[in-house]
Design a protein around this ligand. Structure first.
Ligand code: GDP
Ligand code: MG
Length: 177
């Protein structure tokens, strides 16, 4: 109807970064299809999309997965250049992935982060709480220290996954909307 506000579409580039095995591909699949795949999805599609609607804005998320380059600790800057959101993912049940996330972070801060890029620290596999090696508090305080946003998710159960996408959409809307 004529009184409705015109719908605006924003394209959002999102890149996933983090050690091999933390669940980046599983998160990407969750983001795009709201499913969990138990077979390792690491090899295969490296690009997913998902539409998210928030009031009068439609967000077209373009989600980039690493297709395995992270194993060699060398990710081309092209991969996250121009991203509106970089998701720095670690596994809450593996401390070394949290340590490694801090190394990725240094690299991001040193070279490639543009003003409009927001980094989210994401503690995945929150369902493995009994095997937890990184507390929520520790994740949150690293994020606070370095000016990152923070969320714990489970690609397995889907817990906090749509919340994360919505929170990113809100932030992007504030910055570039
Ligand atoms: P990537 O190497 O970072 O892309 O990680 P994958 O998405 O390939 O996942 C690595 C392994 O962790 C696979 O066996 C997944 O099934 C498993 N996995 C991924 N996300 C979760 C999660 O949230 N909880 C649990 N328990 N396992 C997960
Ligand atoms: Mg993968």
């Amino acid at each position: 109807d004529a009184l409705r506000k015109p719908v605006k579409t924003l394209r959002v580039k999102m890149a996933l970064l983090g050690s091999s095995g933390v669940g980046k591909s599983s998160l990407a699949i969750r983001f795009s299809k709201d499913q969990f795949s138990s077979t390792s999805p690491t090899v295969g599609c490296a690009y997913f999309t998902r539409m998210v609607h928030l009031s009068d804005v439609t967000f077209r998320f373009e989600i980039w997965d690493t297709a395995g380059q992270e194993k060699y600790h060398s990710i081309t800057p092209l991969y996250y250049r121009g991203a509106h959101a970089v998701l720095l993912v670690y596994d809450i049940s593996k401390r070394e992935t949290f340590v490694r996330a801090q190394v990725w972070l240094k690299e991001l801060e040193k070279q490639y982060i543009a003003g409009s890029t927001v980094i989210w620290l994401v503690g995945n596999k929150a369902d493995l709480d009994t095997d937890r090696q990184v507390s929520t508090r520790e994740g949150q305080s690293l994020a606070n220290e370095r000016g990152l946003f923070f969320m714990e998710t489970s690609a397995l159960s889907g817990d906090q996954v749509s919340e994360l996408l919505l929170a990113i959409a809100h932030r992007v809307n504030e910055c570039i909307g």
